[in-house]
Design a protein around this ligand. Structure first.
Ligand code: HGY
Ligand code: MN
Ligand code: MN
Length: 393
């Protein structure tokens, strides 16, 4: 199979033009935004040119379908609120390039809301049956808009039956420092970590910042601060160096210099490759938040727990990627786990899945500075194409 690296790079740059923003090659293209919808219209046209039949489901997952049974390749084309040009986009455009170069049937997908404006990998979670559409519709973004309202922009052409696909391969940037540090070009993924994500609310008492003595305050920010500090100590005997946890979103009410904040809502997210450890961390989080609330005389409440379990990649698909990597990047590749989440986790409920990585310069992602050397992007494409060809032999 002869892929066209220049055509692939040109399309990747074209996709970046939808929502291009910020320094470097940054992109702002959150799920269901105008830029996201425009990008999907353009992608659909490229799929048609490639001889694929386009379908969009109720969530806005965009499929370009080959005739008959086929491998499915792809990723997502929505971005973080501040994202890079490759996260998700790489896997979608690589899929498109392989589909239009292959003489075997290859289908393409761009999942919707992988970046979790509303949840965690929401589009593929609904498609794979992990999440009910009616439940998903009630999920709110950080400004309180329900998914059910946001997805009104979707032109729903019906469900796409997963039974037509023989497997799913997702190419992605690594989004971490491993390959950049070792100067290797390809990572073949062994497994994807699991995640838990929930909102926590401390409800204290809003009051005057000049007249309220410190010992009488029920300051919701101070509760968050206590919680965050104590959490690291409580986790000490439970976590490994690979475990991560993040408070990435914090909303204080009313968020004013001269008002003791009465309410704090924050995101609590944690990830690990061991499902038991995720559960032990959950217990620590719930207990500690209650202790802090009690000590500071306030109420605590917990939002819906979102989560995905850790998953292993399929041995046969992974072997095809490993053989292709060994041929094209001899000595310059490794097997590695994924610390980022991917749609492949959800799709693994439906069919065999595998993933390959290319390096992220400086290990940076979920930031405008995210980038990868173009030679590495093209090598990754070629490794993917080689694996697809081998799976059809
Ligand atoms: O957060 C993640 O791991 C993914 O990029 N959504
Ligand atoms: Mn991604
Ligand atoms: Mn991402």
């Amino acid at each position: 199979m002869q892929v066209d690296g220049q055509r692939f790079l040109a399309d990747l740059h074209k996709l970046r033009s939808f929502g291009a923003s910020g320094v470097g090659k940054g992109v702002v293209r959150p799920a269901y935004s105008e830029a996201d919808s425009a990008a999907r219209v353009w992608l659909a046209a490229r799929m048609v040119e490639a001889g694929l039949r386009v379908e969009t489901d109720a969530m806005g997952n965009l499929f370009g379908l080959a005739e008959g049974p086929s491998l499915l390749l792809g990723s997502h084309s929505d971005s973080q609120p501040e994202g890079g040009w490759l996260d998700g986009a790489l896997g979608v455009i690589a899929a498109l390039e392989v589909a239009r170069s292959a003489d075997v049937p290859v289908s393409v997908v761009s999942f919707q809301d992988e970046e979790g404006r509303f949840g965690v990998t929401t589009g593929s979670a609904v498609w794979s049956g992990q999440l009910d559409l009616a439940e998903a519709d009630l999920l709110l973004d950080d400004s309180g808009i329900p998914l059910g309202q946001a997805r009104q922009v979707v032109n729903d052409t019906g469900n796409v039956d997963p039974a037509q696909f023989t497997g799913f391969i997702e190419m992605h940037i690594e989004q971490g420092p491993v390959l950049d540090t070792t100067a290797e070009q390809i990572g073949v993924v062994s497994d994807i970590v699991g995640i838990r994500d929930m909102k926590i609310t401390f409800q204290g008492q809003q009051n005057h910042a000049g007249t309220t003595p410190m010992h009488l305050r029920r300051d919701a920010f101070q509760a968050v601060s206590d919680f965050n500090h104590a959490l690291t100590e409580r986790f000490a005997n439970v976590v490994t160096p690979a475990t991560v946890w993040t408070i990435g979103h914090l909303s204080l009410h009313p968020n004013a210099s001269s008002i003791v904040p009465g309410k704090a809502v924050f995101s609590m997210q944690w990830r690990d490759g061991d499902a038991d450890r995720l559960g032990r961390m959950e217990q620590i989080i719930l207990t500690l938040a209650q202790e802090v609330a009690q000590a500071r005389g306030m109420e605590v409440s917990f939002g819906t727990m979102l989560g995905l379990e850790p998953v292993k990649m399929d041995a046969r698909l992974r072997q095809a990627l490993e053989s292709s990597a060994e041929t094209l990047a001899h000595g310059g590749w490794r097997v590695m786990p994924s610390g980022a989440l991917h749609d492949a986790t959800n799709v693994s409920q439906l069919m065999p899945v595998a993933m390959l990585f290319v390096p992220s310069i400086g290990g940076i992602s979920h930031a405008f500075q995210e980038d990868t050397a173009e030679a590495d992007l093209v090598l990754g494409l070629e490794v993917l194409a080689g694996a697809v060809a081998a799976l059809h032999r």
